[in-house]
Write a protein that binds this ligand. Structure first.
Ligand code: BV8
Ligand code: ZN
Length: 244
């Protein structure tokens, strides 16, 4: 299986990667479902929604500040770094991720499509103000603040610049992801349960347009039925072996 996957990648003309929370598990970032998933402590399907934010913005900000503090301590792992290496080698043309943890960029991947936003970016609920707290250097100060963060331009509530359940994905990111999936002859699917749509369409589009699907996941997922090669390994170990 490993050799077959390595061959598919080496022979590919236009390979892409599609990643989910599982690729960051070995960096200490809890996944959403399964095992030590986030969903135990918090019900993100109840918290990561516009309704929850309207009803109790303090609770939603408590959830996101807790995750921001946890994720800012996380470092990219060897799976993130292997994908960046495959991009430098000209094999992986883009990483399409459902993750909001910025770890692909931290690992050196250049062409990253964030379908669900980025937890370190905030945006105003009224005017168009957005701020990347990492780039602006205000992350630590922001995390020390108690209470509700306000827009420096108009004073309205700020929200995390991530896609909540029931919200549409950023149009340009989704269209670019679909275009890449149509072009790809191989998609490397890493660490996703494949239950969240429309993101989960990406590997299906590659398959439907004649591409091959390689999946890396220690458990079966919603993608496994369409996988040409299923590597039942954690991401770090599988990527290390693929790079050998
Ligand atoms: C929309 C950002 C419409 C926020 C997230 C019923 C049926 C079908 C669809 C729906 C339905 N009811 C509602 C919907 C739509 C809904 C949806 O798909 N719900 C699911 C739960 C059924 N989708 C939406 O609401 C989307 N919007 O449809 O809008 C619309 C259109 C136009 C106009 C108006 C409205 C928005 C979805 C985006 C939600 N936001 N995140 C935040 O992060 O706080 S989703 C969230 O789940 C994360 O982004 C996460 O990435 C994503 C997917 O989860 P995974 O990444 O797959 O992670 P998960 O924990 O599930 O799995 C981890 C996997 O890793 C496991 O398989 C595990 O085995 C594996 N693993 C573990 N360790 C390792 C590993 N793998 C490798 N190595 C390891 N070491
Ligand atoms: Zn504003």
């Amino acid at each position: 299986m490993m050799e077959e996957a390595a061959k598919l990648l080496a022979r590919s003309r236009f390979a892409i990667a599609f990643t989910g929370a599982g690729i960051s598990a070995e960096s200490g970032v809890p996944t959403f479902r399964g095992g030590s998933g986030l969903w135990k402590k918090y019900r993100p399907e109840e918290l990561a929604t516009p309704e929850a934010f309207r009803k109790d913005p303090n609770l939603v900000w408590e959830f996101y500040r807790w995750r921001m503090k946890l994720i800012m301590r996380a470092r990219p792992n060897r799976a993130h770094r292997a994908l960046a290496e495959l991009e430098r080698m000209g094999i992986v043309k883009a990483v399409i991720t459902q993750n909001v943890d910025d770890l692909h960029r931290e690992a050196g991947s250049q062409n990253v499509i964030e379908l669900h936003g980025n937890i370190f970016r905030v945006r105003c609920t009224s005017c168009g103000y957005t701020e990347d707290l990492k780039r602006s250097g205000r992350l630590n100060e922001f995390l020390k603040e108690k209470g509700l963060p306000r827009c420096p331009e108009c004073g309205s509530l700020l929200r995390p610049d991530v896609v909540w359940f029931g919200e549409p994905l950023p149009r340009e990111a989704l269209e670019e992801a679909f275009r890449l999936a149509e072009r790809a002859d191989v998609v490397l699917v890493i660490g996703t349960s494949g239950v969240v749509y429309p993101a989960a369409y990406i590997p299906q589009i590659v398959k439907e347009t004649g591409g091959r699907v390689i999946e890396i996941n220690p458990e079966e997922s919603g993608i496994t039925p369409i996988a040409d090669v299923f590597l039942r390994y954690p991401a770090g170990e599988a990527m290390e072996r693929l790079m050998e």
